[in-house]
Design a protein around this ligand. Sequence first.
Ligand code: DAO
Ligand code: DAO
Length: 278
Amino acid sequence: MASSLGLGFPEFPGLPNFSFRGSSSSPLLATAALAAASALGLSLAFSSFTHFVHQDNVSHIGWASLSLANASCSPVERKTGEVFPEEVDGGRRLLGVGVRRANILGLKSIDVYAFGAYADDCDIKKLNEKYSVAALSELNDNKEFTADVLESDIPMTVRLQIVYGRLGIRSVRNSFAKSISTRLQKFSASEPSDIDQLLQKFVSFFKDEQKLPKGSVIELSREEGYVLRTRIDGNEVGQIQSKLLCKSILDLYFGEDPLDKSAKEEIQLNLASRLKTA
Ligand code: DAO
Ligand code: DAO
């Protein structure tokens, strides 16, 4: 992010020795520098931020306040108008929202579901030890940080709200096989596992008679010990203990090649900001 913003934080008049890297050991200095930066009217590219701050706040929010306050996100997914709960599963707070689009026969693009990702701030802070010396600007676009979140056993929930009215179980299975099995393959190189068995077990949750009308809610969550828990409209359909499966599912939403890029950015920024906020 630092580079895309053109922020090397080079020289701040009056703060000659300021170094972003060492900011955690001198949080006040970092704060002062950030405040100075915004006071100086350092022009920042806010375009990539606009999706996570309520639109009317954008012009009033400076980088300093963003980094220090809890960067909050709107519970409304703009393209679909879907509204998400601010909190689920006893304390997991919304990190970002997005939309899953798909092509029908390569002709027409449809919105299939809107999604929101959630985690508890206390759990996110478990990553603090490793990243205590990193500045927010460094974490925000940091591949290793995202990879660590995917790897970790931080409990998280991804809530899917179906908006497409004619979603059939066959499309779900096909799409699932495509998007998840590629990821299972990719990640299993470092974590040998019986992929077929995993896939079969997960797919067995999707019964032929299962209906997924518009308004259905699917919750996929990673629980302690890498247990993937699946719920449909609040009813649990199954649990599978597999680090690989948890990681592959979460990778869809904030991995390297996410379903919705701006959602991933929003999730990542909020993860970083909550890690940094005391
Ligand atoms: O009906 O032909 C069709 C198009 C459906 C597109 C399916 C995309 C499936 C996305 C997976 C949904 C998981 C809940
Ligand atoms: O959007 O391509 C995708 C992947 C969706 C993965 C989630 C599938 C879980 C669906 C459970 C439905 C059970 C009927």
